[in-house]
Design a protein around this ligand. Structure first.
Ligand SMILES: [Zn+2]
Length: 420
């Protein structure tokens, strides 16, 4: 009875021509169950904060998210999600069944942090801020996931599409979006996903609707190695890397489309009086345009081949030439939603309604995976404010978090349709 999701869907899909989306958001907001859910965010702000602190305190270094995943699995059950399970790669899934099991709206947050296993994790309060590595990225996102699930449960808010909650592994660094990639490799699930929202960090203005694609490489150069005096004249892997760096950094990097090439790590050699037998470096290439990444990849491969050839020519002592290996250590698919995408329209309408100034951004997030598959997806913040992300000084201020949560809730309800 009452409002049906179809009505809202129609209103919102017409919003490209009409300002009707705002009306539908207003109508959704007035539903008693939606009101109860938004009140929950204020009333239970302390519970949400305590969940965030608890989650942040459980280490989740890259490729070792198990302990935090176990806690999330428990909490998914405690907040009333159904079919709670862990998939093969370590993602935690839970559902809030809708009337229509053939359609899913996905809301996710990544479990992993950038901090290595030995990192001392202690969350402490400094003024209005909570400080600790990972408190916002992605303590805020994971807390938002639990807050949304519990708010929906306690307000008895039911949607037409099923809501799929996922705490996923492998978003950061060399995790290479493996959690999302695994989730969307399931064709049956992929076909049911109508829209996807990844909650990452804080900041309720952010709307990442453009996926920055990137490709990462490790270049390893190997040679015979030897004594700095007795074997002088053997080809030197560090010298070859230096020659490669000189060439790579000479390649033109356009500002339009915005593109970046970063040499982020370099290793090699054993002693000052030894000719190294190995040297390696890691390179990160990103661009707004896939073809630029391909162009720079081929420039990189040429640079390495020429550098090694040059070093082998320079060498004057027999003992074997240098050899190079170029390994792809990461690849994130890119893409962009059309400006008329429904999920963007809905966010704009909700933001208008809440007085939030939407800022559409391009970045590399879990939303890259669905966007690259043509599924409407965005990444957004979970509310509140934060800074010093990826550092030991990372901080989070929960003031205003309820606005960020209400924003996601309204979008979820409009996208999934509502049954009151
Ligand atoms: Zn993050």
């Amino acid at each position: 009875m009452g409002f049906s999701g179809v009505v809202f869907s129609l209103l919102v899909s017409m919003s490209a021509q009409l300002p009707a989306a705002e009306l539908s958001v207003e109508a959704v907001e007035k539903l008693p169950a939606v009101q109860r859910a938004t009140e929950f965010f204020v009333r239970e702000s302390e519970w949400i904060l305590q969940q965030q602190i608890r989650l942040t305190s459980i280490p989740a270094p890259p490729f070792h998210e198990e302990e935090r995943a176990r806690y999330l699995e428990e909490q998914f059950r405690a907040v009333g999600l159904e079919q709670v399970r862990r998939d093969g790669i370590g993602n935690v899934l839970g559902e809030r069944p809708g009337l229509d099991p053939d359609h899913l709206v996905l809301v996710s947050a990544h479990i992993d942090t950038v901090f290595p296993p030995q990192t001392e994790i202690e969350v402490r309060k400094e003024g209005d801020r909570w400080v600790g590595p990972g408190i916002a990225d992605n303590g805020a996102g994971l807390a938002a996931l639990l807050a949304l699930a519990r708010a929906l449960e306690e307000s008895r808010l039911h949607t037409e599409a099923t809501l799929l909650f996922v705490a996923n592994v492998g978003e950061e660094g060399e995790g290479n979006l493996r959690g999302m990639q695994a989730l969307f490799s399931d064709g049956a699930l992929r076909r049911r996903v109508r829209a996807a929202i990844a909650v990452d960090g804080s900041n309720a203005e952010r709307l990442t609707a453009k996926a920055l694609s990137s490709k990462r490489f490790e270049i390893i150069i190997r040679g015979p190695g030897g004594h700095s005096w007795a074997d002088f004249g053997l080809p030197n892997p560090i010298q070859a890397l230096a020659r490669a760096i000189t060439r790579m950094t000479a390649a033109p990097i356009p500002t339009q489309p915005r593109t970046a090439l970063n040499i982020g790590q370099i290793e090699g050699g054993t002693a000052v009086n030894a000719i190294p037998y190995q040297a390696s470096l890691k390179v990160d290439i990103r661009s707004e345009m896939e073809s630029e990444i391909e162009r720079l990849e081929s420039a990189l491969r040429t640079a390495v081949a020429e550098a090694v050839a040059e070093e082998n020519t320079w060498a004057r002592t027999p003992g074997g030439p240098l050899e190079a290996e170029v390994k792809v250590i990461g690849q994130r698919p890119g893409g962009e939603l059309p400006p008329t995408a429904r999920i963007i329209e809905v966010f704009r309408a909700v933001d208008n309604h809440l007085g939030i100034k939407t800022s559409i951004q391009r970045s590399s997030t879990d939303a890259n995976v669905p966007i690259s598959l043509g599924i409407e997806a965005v990444a957004v913040g979970g509310g509140g404010r934060s800074g010093a992300s990826h550092s030991l000084r990372e901080w989070y201020d929960p003031a205003g978090r309820e606005v960020g949560l209400k924003r996601i809730l309204l979008v979820l309800v409009v996208l999934a349709g509502v049954e009151e």
